[in-house]
Design a protein around this ligand. Structure first.
Ligand code: UDP
Ligand code: MN
Length: 340
């Protein structure tokens, strides 16, 4: 059968050896702080609609902003590394290649191009995942009981750099080769899952299938995260940003997210493509608002904000005093892990 690459039975030992030999590239940059690489990508060609590439640029700027605040690395792929794994399947060979090339990276965080980070200060609770290798938005009951392909979302997930993950990527990718294999697995998924027709296999359904049919092999190390919005469905979020901002300005929340960490424009296909499931104007307006809402959290650090979430125009909200910014903002721009 198809395989993503060579088997790596001694990978964990090889990675450990590399880490010992390269102490200046530790997998944990501070106690409890894993080294994280955010990975995203878009098709090699320009978008099918006029606005698409501009939206991709803004969505990438959003990821760069989020990564800078948290000290994460970021990788943008414009290549389909394996022609067999085209479309959304292409994230699997990218993750494998980056894992092997970056043994210093503890966690890789896949974020779809249509994922917008909307709580710029929230950081995943890393300590909670010490015993897990895959953290994916999902619900136990929807996956294991209902066997629903919507029991998880594969647009934003965190995966540890280890042998288990390489094995998972390989098992997962076997259902992805385009053409007859992808079609055949589409029928298998249609039968095994409760709410999916038999169209060609998609990566999200394939992962639910692995969890359901080989739970002993994969379930134990997979954390289905629903305590915050590792993925948040845009339709339920984009009209409420002003309200969320008003509410939380006066009531800070300790630890948890103030509002959805991620607003994911599932089904919008902002780069074009014939399978969009929602009205394009509604998607476009929602993206504008999500991007401006996120950007305001960054701009405020520098004394500016958007006049409203519906416009690109900005205004100054803090006087330029000619000196360093006030202390609270200064602390956000100078977290301890950045100190030299
Ligand atoms: N993608 C990619 N290269 C490609 C095609 C897709 O990197 O050639 C990525 C891109 O980040 C995209 C993701 O695959 O966001 C999944 O597709 P999409 O977001 O359209 O699916 P949806 O979330 O709507 O189900
Ligand atoms: Mn998506």
């Amino acid at each position: 059968p198809y395989s993503l690459g060579a088997a790596v039975s001694d990978y964990d030992a090889r990675r450990a050896k590399w880490l010992r030999a390269n102490p200046r590239f530790p997998a944990f940059v501070a106690p409890g702080r894993p080294r994280v690489l955010v990975v995203t990508g878009s098709p090699p060609r320009r978008c099918g609609n006029a606005d698409g590439d501009h939206l991709l640029l803004r969505a990438f700027k959003n990821k760069v902003d989020y990564c800078r605040v948290h000290g994460f690395d970021v990788f943008y792929s414009n290549a389909v590394l394996d022609a067999e794994l085209s479309g959304f399947w292409t994230k699997l060979p990218i993750l494998r290649a980056l894992m092997l090339a970056h043994p210093e990276t503890e966690f890789l965080w896949w974020a779809d191009s249509d994922v917008v980070f909307t709580d710029m200060l929230f950081e995943p609770p890393w300590g909670k995942y010490a015993e897990h290798n895959l953290v994916i938005p999902g619900w136990h009951e929807k996956v294991y009981v209902a066997k629903s392909w919507l029991g998880i979302n594969a647009g934003s997930f965190i995966i540890r750099n280890c042998r288990w993950s390489l094995d998972l990527l390989d098992a997962w990718a076997r259902m992805g080769p385009r053409g007859p294999v992808r079609d055949r697995y589409g029928k298998v998924l249609g039968k095994a899952l409760s709410d999916r027709a038999s169209y060609e296999a998609d990566d999200q359904s394939a992962l639910v299938y692995l969890l359901v049919t080989q739970r002993g092999r994969w379930g134990g190390k997979t954390f289905l995260e629903s305590s915050y919005s590792l993925h948040g469905f845009w339709v339920e979020i984009v009209d409420r940003y002003e309200e969320m901002r008003r509410r939380h300005r006066t009531t800070p929340v300790a630890g948890g997210e103030r509002w959805p960490l991620v607003t994911h424009f599932v089904g919008c296909k902002p780069c074009g493509g014939q399978y969009a499931s929602y009205d394009a104007a509604r998607c476009r307006h929602g993206m504008e608002r999500a991007l401006n809402f996120a950007d305001d959290q960054i701009l405020r650090l520098y004394g500016f904000e958007h006049e409203s979430l519906n416009t690109t125009a900005v205004r100054r909200v803090q006087n330029d005093t000619g000196g360093p910014l006030d202390e609270e903002i200064g602390r956000l721009l100078h977290p301890a892990f950045r100190a030299g």
